[in-house]
Design a protein around this ligand. Structure first.
Ligand code: IPE
Ligand code: IPE
Ligand code: MG
Length: 242
């Protein structure tokens, strides 16, 4: 029996940069793709634990706009794994009433994987309690620039009447994350302490948690450590704690 864990102060939205798959594999003299396969298992387990703890939004960085520059063999394998992952997970998403969505430029994703993604989005679009968001072919600068262009178009075509009406809410509505709350906690595994073009606009006041644990080794107990660490944070949002 798993011990029941009680958290005082649970993040509503966790974002994760799932990094370290390649190094995990290389250290074991395995092909990098083996690290990605193990990484998918880690994602399953973390999603399960987030459900157990009552996390409402989980956004995971699976493939960046810059990751297209990796060798074709690795990119092809990742796209294949993605295709398999989505179709294998769909029954579990439906069973748990999880709304599945994607942020990023999915036009670039090969058709066979994209078809599974669109199907999963469609089949789970009626659920509104728990959200799993996959960042795929995602780049935050690209997202921000697109939002600026869409906001400019709104102005040009008269949907925004004057420049003073351009505010955070208008701008955010053109981001991929429209309608989603900002992440409360961002976890990056794999030891690097950087953001790598992930959710730059959205993490303005997010609590950051970096761990040396490689993503394939990240499991329930690591998530608990991150959540226990978050519990102690005092979020001021620029104000003074009263
Ligand atoms: C993260 O692991 C997964 C993707 C970027 C697709 P990496 O593949 O970046 O693993 P490392 O950082 O090389 O170890
Ligand atoms: C960030 O990891 C992207 C994902 C985890 C999908 P990277 O491995 O691509 O980031 P860098 O290159 O180390 O900054
Ligand atoms: Mg990496």
């Amino acid at each position: 029996m798993k011990e029941k864990i009680v958290f005082d102060n649970l993040p509503r939205h966790i974002a994760i940069i799932m990094d370290g798959n390649g190094r995990w594999a290389e250290k074991r003299n395995l092909d990098r793709i083996e690290g990605h396969i193990k990484g998918i298992k880690a994602l399953r387990s973390v999603l399960k634990s987030s459900l157990e703890f009552g996390i409402k939004y989980l956004t995971v960085f699976a493939f960046s706009s810059e990751n297209w520059q990796r060798p074709k063999k690795e990119v092809d394998s990742l796209m294949h794994l993605l295709e398999q992952y989505i179709s294998a997970e769909l029954p579990m998403l439906i069973k748990n009433k999880i709304n599945f969505n994607v942020i990023g430029n999915i036009e670039k994703i090969p058709y066979s994987a994209k078809r599974n993604i669109l199907n999963a989005i469609d089949k789970t679009s009626g659920y509104s309690d728990i959200f799993l968001i996959l960042a795929l072919s995602y780049g935050s600068r690209e997202e921000i620039i697109n939002s600026a262009a869409k906001t400019a178009l709104d102005f040009k075509e008269g949907r925004i009447k004057n420049l003073n009406a351009i505010n955070e809410s208008v701008f955010s509505s053109h981001l991929y994350t429209n309608n989603m709350p900002d992440p409360d906690l961002l976890i990056r595994t794999g030891g690097e302490e950087r953001i790598s073009n992930f959710l730059l606009f959205q993490i303005a006041y997010t609590e950051l948690y970096f761990t040396k644990t490689m993503w394939p080794d990240f499991e329930r107990k690591n998530l608990i450590s991150a959540l226990k660490n978050y519990e102690k944070r005092i979020r001021r949002f620029g104000k003074i704690k009263v």
